[in-house]
Write a protein that binds this ligand. Structure first.
Ligand code: FPP
Length: 238
């Protein structure tokens, strides 16, 4: 299968696709391998999807790589995921840059290990002027945490309650200058938002796929975009 097998209207592409990459652990378990083997396979799936999204002319891709709740996993898994993050930023960066991808990190960085912060900052710095796909990698990200930060900054600025509006909050989120997601995908069969872009997903079209993340590929994305284009988005109107 390939792009030609789907009815995708290039004039009605989603601008922003957000993905909860779930199912790495179960994918590994099925193969009787450790969970980190699944996360490594997940990194390869991410590589493919970034390419596909970029080729399709999608403007923003946001991926949930590590949540504020993921610290509760075993030390071995947390350390392994951090190592994968460093590896991703170091190994993929040249190719991402060549494809004009702009890498951004969203989430609370202060708790991330130094090596992750450093490699992420280098990736962001190298790609900051690129005009292609914006790739937001959510690391130590929590949707509620993000809103709390925004509210704190409004209070700290001494803004009067009657002057607070939605735009004021939007502008203080990690995604300040980018459009809200049109599509929110969660793989792995679970049907939850798990604290992912709570504010920004207000009008997103949700797609829950039973595929485990390492098996997600070009066709899975084409299929979802085709289905998205057949949905009727009314944003609250009739
Ligand atoms: C959820 O699957 C997945 C994660 C918590 C990690 C996602 C990370 C990657 C896809 C690797 C790429 C990462 C970076 C930093 C670029 P799960 O482990 O909860 O799966 P399960 O529900 O089957 O156990």
């Amino acid at each position: 299968m390939g792009l030609q097998d789907y009815r995708i209207d290039q004039n009605n592409m989603p601008k922003h696709v957000a993905i909860i990459m779930d199912g790495n652990g179960r994918w590994a378990k099925q193969r009787k391998r450790p969970r980190l083997f699944g996360h490594n396979a997940g990194m390869k799936a991410l590589h493919k999807v970034v390419h596909t999204a970029s080729d399709l002319g999608i403007e923003v891709l946001t991926v949930y790589a590590f949540s504020t709740e993921n610290w509760k996993r075993s030390q071995e898994e947390v350390d392994g995921l951090m190592k994968i993050a460093v590896e991703y930023f170091m190994k993929e960066i040249a190719e991402l840059h060549a494809n004009r991808v702009q890498v951004r990190i969203i989430g609370e960085r202060s708790r991330l290990p130094e090596a992750v912060r450093k490699s992420a900052a280098e990736a962001e710095d190298l790609t900051k002027d690129n005009d292609g796909l914006i790739l937001n990698v959510a690391l130590n990200y929590g949707g509620r945490d993000e809103i709390v930060h925004a509210v704190k900054s409004i209070v700290a600025e001494g803004i009067a309650p009657e002057d607070v509006d939605e735009e004021m909050i939007s502008k203080r989120l990690y995604t300040a200058d980018i459009p809200d997601p049109d599509i929110m995908i969660r793989t792995g069969g679970e049907k939850r938002l798990s604290n992912f872009m709570l504010w920004q997903n207000a009008y997103a079209e949700f797609f829950f796929d039973d595929i485990w993340w390492p098996d997600f590929d070009e066709d899975a994305l084409y299929r979802i975009i085709e289905a998205y284009q057949n949905r009727d988005r009314r944003f609250g109107a009739v």
